[in-house]
Unconditional design. Structure first.
Length: 434
């Protein structure tokens, strides 16, 4: 039977995502009622600038006192789309203390304090849902938390930041340099005025921490994720990648160790073969490749950001949380029973693509090969050619290694830098997805 008393929702934040959430709640009110089993009502909207015109939102709902909105006693669900750590953390905690379940899109907060927030939700018998925190509209968090709950996930590799994928895709398809591609992304609204969080990998690292915790049933914080940005990726790197039949993507890679006793989480640019499904992900799209023991390989693909896609994920969570409210139940909470340690990047086994500027004289290749051997790193291929800029006494040497511990590979690179015959290390990039 349909319940007549509406479930009341407090919207915390009304920017690009929040305003779209409010619009969908209004225009799709009848559908949401039918799907939930009760009317759902926007009871208040907390903002910082109340004077701003917000089309489609009753001005009477606007308030600058989010805490008072949560404490007024009739709110069932809070939607937090403020972002950042504070005041979002304090407001979510207040919501739990007042019997309010929470839907959040806050990747930074969940990556840093997800364990504490989950504990607070469990203490009060409430829900904490956050599908929108990772990969926008792509259904990913709930399939991993619920659909794959009976399986064992061994590896997750994905493109989880649309801005960086747009930039790298433009560099690959047009031959543009990094700055030129970034300028285009900014002009089209894909990149913020300050793109640091995206291009330096901070955004992807927060998402990686969340996904690793879900995939491996262990607590992974943002500080546990190894991170490298993509600002040093050059047109020359793409040229080398193409010669190998590869392209370059900024990847989040989460792995369970072969012995099952530890996990790793990392974000960095990498070359991947054109035959890999992630290589064909274009523009600002996201995609995540999940490898599970029983289910095999699964691919999740779609728009990873933007007002409407993110609002879609928020509303999906809202429907689930409201249904739980009506059933006087809660959905899945944190699963961290394995308590596996997060190993450092040095323990990761990977491959390197290394481009060296070397003296163009006999014996250089042998000296370089000896350095690799001394660090226990096997060479797969070597390509040597004269410098394209016409420098007569220098050559370019490109080495691709076999798989080895990252610490050994890093040690090799440091030793190469000290060789008199090596004028410079032009680029270093990992090779993944083979």
């Amino acid at each position: 039977m349909m319940r007549t008393r509406p479930l009341k929702v407090a919207l915390l934040g009304c920017g690009v995502v929040g305003s779209e959430v409010a619009r969908i709640m209004t225009t799709h009110a009848d559908d949401l009622t039918a799907r939930i089993g009760a009317p759902v009502e926007l009871a208040g909207v907390a903002v910082r600038r109340p004077s701003k015109v917000r089309e489609g939102i009753d001005p009477a709902l606007i308030t600058t006192d989010a805490t008072a909105l949560l404490k007024r006693g009739d709110i069932d669900v809070a939607i937090e789309v403020i972002g950042g750590i504070e005041p979002a953390r304090a407001l979510i905690t207040t919501a739990f203390e007042h019997g309010i379940s929470v839907v959040s899109a806050n990747k930074a907060l969940l990556a840093q304090d997800g364990a504490a927030l989950h504990a607070a939700a469990e203490q009060h018998g409430l829900d904490l849902y956050y599908e929108a925190a990772v990969a926008g509209a792509i259904p990913l968090v709930r399939p991993m938390r619920e659909s794959l709950a009976g399986d064992k996930i061994n590896r997750v590799m994905g493109i989880v930041n649309g801005t960086t994928n747009f930039i790298l895709d433009k560099m690959d398809s047009t031959g543009a340099g990094y700055q030129e591609a970034l300028d285009e992304a900014t002009a089209l609204g894909y990149a913020e005025a300050d793109p640091t969080a995206d291009v330096e990998g901070y955004d992807a690292a927060a998402k990686a921490a969340i996904l690793a915790g879900i995939a491996f049933h262990t607590r992974v914080r943002l500080d546990d994720v190894y991170r490298e940005g993509m600002t040093e990726v050059s047109a020359a790197d793409f040229a080398s990648a193409k010669r190998m039949g590869c392209t370059i993507k900024l990847l989040a890679i989460l792995e369970r160790a072969a012995d099952g006793e530890s996990v790793t989480a990392r974000v960095h640019p990498a070359m991947i073969p054109l035959s890999h499904p992630l290589a064909s992900v274009r523009e600002a799209y996201n995609a995540v490749f999940v490898e599970a023991e029983a289910a095999g390989r699964l691919m999740f693909y779609g728009p990873g950001a933007g007002g409407s896609p993110t609002a879609s994920a928020v509303l999906g969570d809202l429907v689930a949380v409201c249904r739980n409210k009506l059933a006087e139940a809660t959905g899945p909470g944190e699963s961290a029973y394995t308590q596996l340690p997060v190993s450092p990047m040095g323990d990761v086994v990977t491959r390197y693509h290394i481009s060296l500027d070397v003296a163009d004289k006999p014996g250089v290749l042998a000296q370089v090969a000896t350095t690799f051997a001394e660090h226990g790193v096997s060479i797969d291929t070597v390509r040597q050619q004269g410098r394209p800029d016409g420098v007569g006494n220098e050559a370019s040497l490109v080495v691709v290694t076999h798989r080895a511990p990252d610490a050994s590979l890093s040690g090799t690179v440091e030793a190469l830098r000290k060789l008199d015959t090596v004028r410079g290390v032009a680029s270093i990039m990992r090779v993944e997805g083979e």
